[in-house]
Design a protein around this ligand. Structure first.
Ligand code: ATP
Length: 306
């Protein structure tokens, strides 16, 4: 089955820089995928390639079945793009700006007021964009990307500059579009934020794709330990059970609590003992490896393999 977005062995070289190297992935409809990587990893270049703004040095890309760099890219109107640095004509109002983009995308002007409302800009619709704060410009950028209910959304660091409330409503909007079948690719450095929101993560490093999968898949591949936080009934800590000791990497959090890192194959065994009859443990939390930890792991694995 081919995806909504197909990237096949794509490389992009800018004079001396290999910005993207032999990258392949396929994104189906109805999926929110996070594209993560350090500065200069090639995320923006990949998005520009998908938009047809630049051509690959080698390899091929199709978006909704079309080559985005072809003269007649029929899928263009079904694409929404939020660039990393949104810049608008400061002399136009928010309403005029969105109306301008609606005309470009051949959308009805009726779409403008509800979109402004959706991103919380109704109150500033008639103000010049030059007077907007960074977060307000970002909201306008998002409204522009959402025009025409796109089937593919490419969002380059979309939540930069948004306050927590708008971040929340931003992800609600994305989830709504996704549930209607849109494919959403978003690049970000805010890994903790992505953890619950993206169904899949693509990790890039220096132009190379170093990992690609759901969080569970990445955890299975990385085999990083799970952290268990165990709370003892006082004065339990001096009597930490013998079966915890050999696991090692035990860290005392406070008088009643320790954390222990457990290898994936030990986890169930330790949990059984922790909840078993006569266990001195009152409470426990199971903390799987975070996206931050997985990200660091995959980058390190690639760097050491170089
Ligand atoms: P960031 O997180 O900082 O936005 P990124 O992952 O989006 O980074 P890109 O902007 O794709 O990274 O850049 C990848 C590499 O390609 C960088 O080394 C960058 O300097 C280089 N690059 C990007 N565009 C050009 C260009 N037009 N000419 C020359 N080099 C470029």
């Amino acid at each position: 089955m081919t995806g909504t977005l197909e990237v096949r062995r794509v490389s992009k070289r800018f004079s001396k820089v290999d910005a993207v190297r032999e990258v392949s992935f396929s994104l189906p409809e109805g999926e929110t995928v996070a594209l993560v990587g350090h500065n200069g990893a090639g995320k923006t270049t990949l998005m520009k390639l998908m938009l047809g703004l630049i051509r690959p040095t080698s390899g091929s890309i199709t978006v909704l079945g079309d080559d985005p760099a072809a003269g007649e890219f029929r899928a263009r109107r079904q694409l929404g793009y939020l660039p990393e640095n949104v810049s608008f004509n400061g002399a136009l109002t928010g309403q005029e700006t969105l109306a301008f983009y609606a005309r470009l995308k051949r959308q009805s002007m009726r779409a403008v007021p509800p979109l402004l409302d959706r991103v919380g800009l109704t109150h500033a619709a008639n103000r010049r964009v030059g007077t907007y704060s960074k977060g307000m410009r970002q909201r306008l950028g998002l409204a522009q990307a959402l025009l025409g209910e796109p089937r593919v959304l490419l969002l380059d660091e979309p939540t930069t500059g948004l306050d927590p409330a708008l971040r929340q409503s931003f992800y609600e909007i994305i989830e709504e579009l996704r549930s209607h079948g849109a494919t959403v690719l978003l690049s970000s450095h805010a890994l903790t934020e992505l953890e619950e929101r993206a169904s899949r993560v693509v990790i890039m490093n220096r132009g190379i794709k170093v990992a690609d999968g759901t969080l569970d898949e990445l955890r299975r591949i990385a085999q990083l330990p799970t952290r268990l936080r165990l709370k003892f009934s006082a004065p339990g800590i001096p009597d930490i059970p013998k079966w915890l000791r050999p696991i090692g990497d035990l860290r005392q959090v406070d008088r009643n609590m320790v954390e222990v890192n457990v290898a994936p194959e030990q986890k169930i065994d330790v949990l059984r003992q922790a909840v078993g009859l006569g266990s001195p443990i009152d409470d426990l939390d199971v903390i799987p490896p975070s996206l931050d930890e997985l990200y660091a792991h995959f980058l390190l694995t690639q760097e050491t393999a170089r």
